[in-house]
Design a protein around this ligand. Structure first.
Ligand code: GLV
Ligand code: MG
Length: 323
């Protein structure tokens, strides 16, 4: 390991993160009884400009009055390039900051963006005498944000997670796609032209972006979370996208529709078999250590100290989900 140790963000389950527009308070109660680990009440892109003010009021009231059943609560503020943003922070934190766990900052582009919001939130928390510190979630969804993702990830002690905002990222990078988070048939390889029928294999056009974000998140002790999958009538497509993100290291995915919550929870929870194997790895390594060995084989495969770390992550996660 490096001499530099990585401080981990507060541990929270973040398998599913439900997006709820602040302008639709009729959805709040249902969200509160859902199985989502985190809920973000949205003031940004799901809310029309003429509804922003009312949405802010709805959110403040809801944070104070609704029983959110121990869920982690977040509010997505408007971008720093809008005049809505300062009032989002001032009104929501002043009037409901003690009920809020996280602020989600969209389209974050530089470490200075994080600094600016941190300064505002710090002043308000001090003025109000809140004892709980609000954490930050950042949506990496612009070319600038992706370019500066490492600095953004390191920019504040409040940082807890990075989220891949695929829709805005596609717009910002001018990617040739209009669906949200799905695959694109044009991003494909053809098998060799060897005389037979050529096969076409679709690739994952989001691979680089998610992998890049995961590295920045993990190198700074933050949770990497995959963003939206727009076609909520395609659970198979959602599951495939969630699995790809999980394989790359993401520990959660957004749900933009209640039907996606269980899918995210399912994919982002380690399976029974995985946990059982992790426990066997830990037991085998304990035994190897007792015999003075650093590596042994289990089920015909090599396991070593790196396997312990992987297994511990899984077992720890399973424990967190059970409790
Ligand atoms: C989320 O905000 C996205 O743009 O995908
Ligand atoms: Mg966005």
């Amino acid at each position: 390991m490096s001499f530099t140790s990585i401080e981990q963000a507060p541990a929270r389950l973040n398998r599913s993160e439900l997006a709820v527009p602040g302008s639709q308070p009729q959805l709040f109660e249902k969200a509160a009884i859902s199985a989502a680990d985190v809920i973000f009440l949205d003031l940004e892109d799901a809310v029309a400009p003429q509804d922003k003010e009312q949405a802010r009021k709805n959110i403040i009231e809801a944070l104070n009055d609704i029983d959110w059943r121990g869920k982690t609560m977040s509010v997505r503020i408007n971008g720093l390039d809008t005049h809505y943003m300062y009032r989002d922070v001032v009104d929501v934190v002043e009037q409901a900051g003690d009920k809020l766990d996280l602020i989600m900052i969209p389209k974050v582009g530089t470490a200075a963006d994080v600094y600016a919001v941190d300064m505002m939130v710090t002043q308000i928390e001090q003025a109000k005498g809140f004892s709980k510190r609000i954490g930050f979630e950042h949506i990496i969804e612009t070319a600038l944000g992706m370019q500066n993702v490492s600095e953004i990830a390191a920019a504040s002690k409040r940082n807890e997670s990075l989220h891949f905002g695929v829709a805005d990222y596609a717009a910002s990078t001018r990617a040739r796609t209009t669906n949200i988070g799905g695959a694109n048939p044009d991003y494909a390889v053809l098998t060799d032209a060897d005389g037979g029928e050529r096969e076409r294999h679709w690739g994952d056009m989001w691979h680089y972006a998610i992998a890049r974000m995961v590295v920045a998140a993990r190198a700074n002790g933050l949770r990497p979370i995959d963003g939206p999958f727009g076609d909520f009538s395609d659970p198979d497509g959602y599951l495939a996208a969630a699995k790809r993100a999980a394989v790359l290291g993401c520990e959660g995915k957004w749900a933009i529709h209640p039907s996606q919550i269980e899918l995210a929870n399912q994919v982002m929870s380690p399976g029974e078999e995985e946990v059982e194997r992790a426990q066997r790895i830990l037991a085998a390594m304990r035994e190897a250590e007792a015999q003075g060995k650093g590596a042994v084989s289990l089920d015909g495969r090599l396991i070593d100290y790196a396997s312990i770390r992987q297994a511990e992550v899984l077992v720890e996660k399973a424990r967190a989900i059970e409790s």
